[in-house]
Design a protein around this ligand. Structure first.
Ligand SMILES: Nc1ncnc2c1ncn2[C@@H]1O[C@H](COP(=O)(O)OP(=O)(O)OP(=O)(O)O)[C@@H](O)[C@H]1O
Ligand SMILES: [Mg+2]
Length: 366
């Protein structure tokens, strides 16, 4: 039984679909990252899960029970969830203890239980000993931990986090990501974490949902998205993947036989015969003299991490440049043969989505 599920969830503002027929299901205790470019509908989806926004159509289910849908919706306070925002939203005049205690008082918990829970959550977020401080006496990371502690004190089953690390510097973001992972596994609560940072999503989540212009492109484990993308835009977005047009000749036992640049090769995938995309990353390519799967011309190289990150224009294939790592410096225009190990084939029908197509060409090995 999925813990959190959406069925064709839709929400429009002024006739524009902010969230467009989104469906997914995640198990109890999952850490779901909602990933996508600015304006793709992440916050709107999160606000519908929270009950701060009602869907125009579709259904939202907690443990197979509808909390929003055609038969009305459950108010936020009845959904047993906690929310953490980018801006922390702490009360500046209250101490850390006061901020955490507030919600517990609203729930009319007795003083002894409130004290116990405050100590417990401060311990979980690593802030025991900071209970008497006010928000302005804390660092950004500590404030974000107080915000999380305040949510955790209410023992929610579901914690919703909207870009909680956006206000922190890169180093602190990394530390806090590790903290979120630790706290997630300690509490067993389900986390839904909004981010537009792919590395953040891939590092922290058990499941990643890639959104684009209100639609959900794919939900899967980080490895699924990287190795088995379902659409061309996901293939090109995750890990700076690259795609080449191929003709699928046949499929058997999870292997596709594809025609590429006058040759034939077998690649993982389940695409039916017809036009397809061959999806891969820079690390799947290696030079293979004298004959590889296809040839390309060196466009540009930069020395990076001990190798020459090379941009290659494939020959006889209508495609943009692709990236691979080479051991040596080669003059622009040099022709080399390359071999593909790995990769994944999908049908070509899915159109390139402009938001993701704007990702710059690969310049370094993935
Ligand atoms: N209350 C609102 N009224 C009108 N339009 C809205 C409202 N909330 C969101 N939108 C629009 O819906 C779309 C999705 O917005 P949303 O805030 O969900 O995006 P997002 O993915 O969270 O973006 P970001 O990464 O910038 O936070 C946008 O086009 C936005 O302008
Ligand atoms: Mg947002």
């Amino acid at each position: 039984m999925p813990h959190l599920a959406a069925r064709n969830l839709t929400k429009s503002f002024d006739g524009v679909r902010a969230v467009d027929q989104v469906s997914f299901a995640i198990p109890d205790g999952a850490f779901l990252a909602l990933l996508g470019p600015s304006g793709c509908g992440k916050t709107t989806l999160l606000r519908m899960i929270a009950g701060l926004e009602d869907p125009d159509a579709g259904e939202l289910l907690f443990d197979d029970v509808a909390v929003a849908g055609p038969r009305g919706s459950l108010p936020p306070e009845a959904r047993r969830l906690g929310m953490v925002f980018q801006s922390y939203a702490l009360w500046p005049h209250m101490t850390v203890r006061g901020n955490i205690e507030f919600g517990l008082k609203v729930q009319k918990l007795p003083a002894a239980e409130r004290r116990r829970r405050i100590e417990e959550v401060l311990e979980v977020v690593g802030l025991s000993g900071h209970a008497a401080r006010r928000p302005h006496e804390l660092s950004g990371g500590q404030r974000q931990r107080v915000a999380l502690a305040r949510s955790l004190a209410l023992r929610p089953r579901l914690i919703l986090l909207d870009e909680p690390l956006a206000n922190l510097d890169a180093h602190l973001r990394e530390t806090m990501l590790a903290e979120f992972r630790r706290i997630h596994s300690m509490t067993g609560a389900t986390f839904v974490f909004v981010t537009h940072d792919q590395e953040e999503a891939m590092a922290v989540a058990t499941h990643v949902a890639v959104m684009n212009r209100g639609r959900l492109e794919q939900v899967g484990t980080p490895e699924d998205l990287y190795r088995r993308p379902q659409t061309e835009s996901v293939a090109r977005f995750i890990g700076r993947g690259r795609t080449l047009p191929v003709e699928v000749i046949g499929t058997q036992d999870g292997l596709c036989t594809v025609a590429l640049a006058g040759g034939v090769l077998k690649v993982d995938g389940r695409a039916p015969p017809g036009p397809g995309w061959l999806c891969f990353h820079a690390s799947d390519l290696a030079p293979a003299p004298p004959h590889g799967h296809f040839a390309g011309e060196v466009v540009n190289q930069i020395f990076q991490n001990g190798v020459y990150a090379t941009e290659l224009a494939p020959l006889g294939i209508e495609a943009e440049t692709i990236g691979l790592a080479l051991p040596d410096r080669l003059a622009p225009g040099t022709r080399i043969e390359v071999r593909l190990s790995g990769g994944w084939v999908i049908p070509r029908e899915a159109a390139v989505s402009p938001a993701f197509a704007a990702v710059p060409p690969v310049r370094s090995p993935a």
